[in-house]
Design a protein around this ligand. Structure first.
Ligand code: GUN
Ligand code: ZN
Length: 433
C-alpha cells in the first residue's frame, strides 16, 4: 500500500511514568520490534515478524540493531540564541545584557529570523529532536519565521513572542498593550494551524511591568488552550531582584500567581531555588518545572533536585535552554541531568532520563495524546538511534548485558552521529546528518 512503512529494529516505549512505577513494569523494550507508519501516524507497534505478515505491502526499512523510539522533545529553548551558544564567562543578568539582547535585536529583520529559524530546525532535527517549545524574540516576525519554517518541515512546534516592556534595550521593548495585541494576533494566525501551537511568553518577571504581566494573564484566560512559558528562580541574584521589583508579592511564584500566570499549562523554566511554599503551590496547580541542566551548569545557576520534585508530585520536563544551555542535543541534555543527579546523590536511571526527554516533555506540554511515545494512533515523529555510533561508544555498548547498559553510553557520549534516522509526521526527514 502507498505511504505505508515498516520500520524494523529494537523498539522502546513507555506504558507509564518510570519515576512513579517500577521501571521493568512500565518499559516496553522489544529486541525484534517494528513500527508501522501510515499517513503521518503510527499504525502499529509490535514484533517485526508479525507486523511484516500483517502489512505485506509496506515499504521496509531495516535498521538492524538500532533503537527506534519516539522523537525527542525539547520543552524550553530560545531559537534566536542559536548564534550566541557557548558565550564565555557571565552570570545570568550580564549574559542577557552582553550576549542575548544584542543578538535578539537582529530579529527585527525577517530575513535574518528566517535564516536562523531554518538553521536551528535543521540542527535540532539532526540531533533527533522532532518537537520544540521555543521562545522567539519580541518581534512578531521572529514568530512567523519559526512557524513558517517548521511548517515547511512538517514539524510540531510550540512557540511565542517573548514579551518584555522593561529592563532590556529600548529596541527590544514592547508595552503591555502592544504585547497583548501582537500575541493575540499571532494566536489567531498560528495557534492550531497545522502542527503549530502558540505559547504565551512573558520572558520573566524582571523584564515585565505589573501592567504587562496582567495583560499576559488576561490573554491566557481568554486563550486557555495555549501553553504559557516563562522563567523562574534560576539564580539567587535574580530572585533577590524580583523581591525588590515586586515587594508586595510573597515570593517569585506569587508574582505569576497574582497576575493569572500560574496554571497547569504553565511551563516554568529552571525553578532551582524555589521555596517550600512555591513548591506546594506549583503542585496544587499542576504547573511544570522545566529542568535545563546544561544551562544551569553553563551559567552557574545550580542543581535542580529532579528526583525530589518528581517524588513531591510536581511535573518536570527536560530541556536544552539553547543558547544559555550549551547544547542542541537532548542526548547531551540527558547526560547533564544524570551528572547533576549524581552530584545530588539521587542518580536518574536511563529509563527516567529517556522518559523525561520524550513522554515527560509531552505531558508537560499537554501533548502526550499525540507525541512522545511509540503507540498506535500517535503522530509518527520518531528517532532511530545507532547505539554504536563511535568506536568509544561501541566499545562500551558491546559489553552491555541489557538494553539500559547498551543505551547509556549513547546517552553519555552520543551526539548527532548517533542519530541514524529521523521521521517527522510520517516522513523520513531530509535534513539529518
Ligand atoms: N531568564 C530570562 N531570559 C532568559 C534567557 O534567555 N535564558 C535563560 N537561561 N534565562 C533567562
Ligand atoms: Zn530560557
Amino acid at each position: 500500500m502507498k505511504d505505508q512503512h515498516l520500520l524494523i529494529g529494537e523498539t522502546l516505549a513507555f506504558a507509564d511514568d518510570p519515576f512513579l512505577n517500577h521501571i521493568s513494569e512500565v518499559v516496553h523494550y522489544n529486541e525484534s520490534g517494528a513500527v508501522v507508519v501510515e499517513a503521518g501516524k503510527i499504525a502499529a507497534v509490535g514484533n517485526a515478524a508479525e507486523l511484516r505478515k500483517a502489512f505485506p505491502q509496506a515499504a521496509e526499512h531495516d535498521y538492524g540493531r538500532c533503537l527506534i523510539t519516539a522523537g525527542f522533545i525539547d520543552s524550553h529553548a530560545h531559537y534566536p540564541q542559536t548564534a550566541i551558544i557557548a558565550s564565555w564567562g557571565s552570570r545570568l543578568i550580564d549574559w542577557l545584557n552582553n550576549f542575548t539582547f544584542p543578538e535578539e535585536a537582529k530579529f527585527k529583520s525577517p530575513e535574518y529570523a528566517e535564516s536562523v529559524a531554518r538553521r536551528y530546525l535543521e540542527i535540532i532535527l539532526a540531533n533527533g529532536t522532532t518537537t520544540v517549545c521555543s521562545f522567539c524574540t519580541s518581534h512578531p516576525v521572529s514568530v512567523t519565521a519559526l512557524f513558517s519554517e517548521a511548517s515547511k518541515l512538517s514539524m510540531r512546534v510550540a512557540a511565542g513572542k517573548t514579551c518584555m516592556d522593561r529592563n532590556a534595550p529600548q529596541e527590544l521593548l514592547d508595552s503591555a498593550v502592544s504585547a497583548h495585541a501582537e500575541s493575540e494576533r499571532l494566536i489567531g494566525q498560528w495557534h492550531g494551524k497545522g502542527r503549530c501551537s502558540y505559547v504565551i511568553s512573558p520572558r520573566f518577571a524582571p523584564t515585565s511591568t505589573p501592567a504587562q504581566l496582567e495583560a499576559m494573564g488576561s490573554l491566557w484566560a481568554n486563550h486557555p488552550s495555549c501553553l504559557m512559558q516563562t522563567h523562574i528562580s534560576e539564580q539567587p541574584e535574580e530572585v533577590a531582584w524580583v523581591r525588590e521589583l515586586f515587594p508586595d508579592c510573597g515570593d517569585y511564584l506569587d508574582v505569576y500567581d497574582n497576575f493569572g500566570l500560574l496554571g497547569c499549562r504553565g511551563l516554568y523554566g529552571h525553578g532551582i531555588h524555589l521555596g517550600r511554599q512555591e513548591l506546594d503551590r506549583l503542585r496544587e496547580v499542576g504547573g511544570s518545572i522545566i529542568h535545563c541542566p546544561t544551562s544551569n551548569l553553563f551559567i552557574g545557576s545550580g542543581l535542580l533536585e529532579v528526583m525530589e520534585r518528581k517524588a513531591g508530585g510536581i511535573p518536570v520536563g527536560l530541556a536544552t535552554d539553547t543558547g544559555g544551555g550549551s547544547s542542541f542535543s537532548m542526548l547531551r541534555t540527558m547526560a547533564a541531568a544524570y551528572e547533576i543527579s549524581q552530584l545530588l546523590g539521587t542518580p536518574l536511571h536511563p529509563a527516567q532520563l529517556y522518559w523525561l526527554a520524550t513522554m515527560g516533555n509531552a505531558q508537560a506540554m499537554h501533548m502526550s495524546d499525540r507525541i512522545g511515545n511509540l503507540q498506535t494512533g500517535m503522530e509518527a515523529d520518531l528517532v532511530v538511534l545507532d547505539l554504536e555510533s563511535t568506536s568509544a561508544i561501541s566499545t562500551a555498548a558491546q559489553r552491555a548485558e541489557d538494553v539500559w547498559q547498551r543505551l547509556f553510553p549513547t546517552i553519555m557520549l552520543g551526539d548527532d552521529r548517533a542519530i541514524a534516522d529521523v521521521w517527522v509526521n510520517g516522513n523520513r526527514s531530509a535534513t539529518p546528518a
